[in-house]
Design a protein around this ligand. Structure first.
Ligand code: F6P
Length: 321
């Protein structure tokens, strides 16, 4: 019977993490558990930096971006010494279950801790949406809407000046954010790591073709995994004659109040994680597929792969002309 749990957020923060923390704390308290909030991810665990959370500790956070537990990426935790320090702290505090909210780097830590006898349940929180077993990660919907809002603003000025905007979008090695936000923004071209591209054919020629139907302003969206938006803007200007500007959206994409979808997903996943731990079940990743909340073995989840929807990419190329 698990009586004391810890919750931490690790890796890049994501809007909706607070909703997940709130759900973990409230569901844990409801079951009579003691719940520790661990500061700054695995660093806080190794350094015993935590505090007991109660029902009211998590009041008024469901609407807030970022994470009230702060977040970090930890190199020390990847070492056996770091891992043993974390296990020692868990023993001292009586923590017999842990909820880890983060991306796949954080999941590896949860897997290794589970292997060493501390049951962990991982929750996918990342704007990149790059967790294979999961249709949607916490933070992705908010980030997508932020990108759309920002690009809409860029579009206003791009339109006023008959320019081309070349916009870099986050996502690490994955193109989910740039593809889906790109469709929502009506981008003329979307460049992402999953689809090899030919700049001449996929950007310059597409722009020239739309110019022939009297289009005079353009938005090109580029994954950060490809980068080089400044050079792209210069090349576009030279080859098409359209004045061009590059924008790197950067960390604006990670902040802000979570959308309703992310608040609901964070709540569902946090609640589900505690129901697993309550029964002593660890080494699981909580996921959502086709609207259902389920869970997978962390080992299996880390070995899964997720295809990007190339049908969406094809559609975008056919209608954004
Ligand atoms: O994983 C989330 C993410 O925002 C990626 O999209 C991006 O590549 C990375 O984190 C940026 O990390 P940092 O905040 O450490 O610069």
């Amino acid at each position: 019977m698990i009586k004391t749990i810890g919750v931490l957020t690790s890796g890049g923060d994501a809007p909706g993490m607070n909703a997940a923390i709130r759900a973990v704390v409230r569901a844990g308290c409801e079951l009579g558990m003691k719940v520790y909030g661990i500061n700054r991810g695995y660093n806080g665990l190794m350094e015993n930096d935590m505090y007991e959370m109660h029902l009211r500790t998590v009041s008024d956070i469901i609407n807030r971006g970022g994470t009230i537990l702060y977040s970090a990426r930890s190199d020390r935790f990847k070492t056996e010494e770091g891992m043993q320090a974390a296990i020692r702290v868990c023993r001292e505090r009586g923590i017999d279950g842990l909820v880890v909210i983060g991306g796949d780097g954080s999941f590896r830590g949860a897997r290794d801790l589970s292997l060493r006898g501390v049951p962990c349940v991982a929750i996918p929180g990342t704007i990149d949406n790059d967790i294979a077993c999961c249709d949607r990660t916490i933070g992705y919907d908010t980030a997508m809407n932020t990108v759309v809002e920002m690009v809409d603003r860029i579009r206003d000025t791009t339109e006023s000046h008959d320019r081309c905007a070349v916009v870099e979008v986050m996502g690490r090695g994955a193109g989910y954010l740039v593809l889906n936000a790109g469709i929502a923004c009506g981008a003329t071209s979307i460049l992402m790591p999953e689809v090899p591209f030919d700049f001449e054919r996929d950007v310059i020629e597409r722009m020239k073709r739309t110019q022939r139907s009297n289009k005079v302003h353009f938005v090109i969206m580029v994954s950060e995994a490809i980068g080089g938006v400044d050079e792209m803007a210069k090349r576009i200007q030279k080859e098409t004659g359209v004045e061009s500007r590059a924008t790197v959206l950067g960390h604006v994409q990670r902040g802000g109040s979570p959308t309703a979808a992310d608040r609901i997903l964070g709540s569902q996943m946090g609640y589900h994680a505690v129901q697993l731990l309550k029964d002593g079940i660890g080494n699981r990743v909580v996921a959502t597929q086709k609207g259902e909340i389920l869970d997978f073995d962390i080992f299996e989840a880390l070995n899964m792969s997720k295809e990007i929807d190339l049908g969406l990419y094809k559609m975008s190329n056919e209608i954004s002309i």
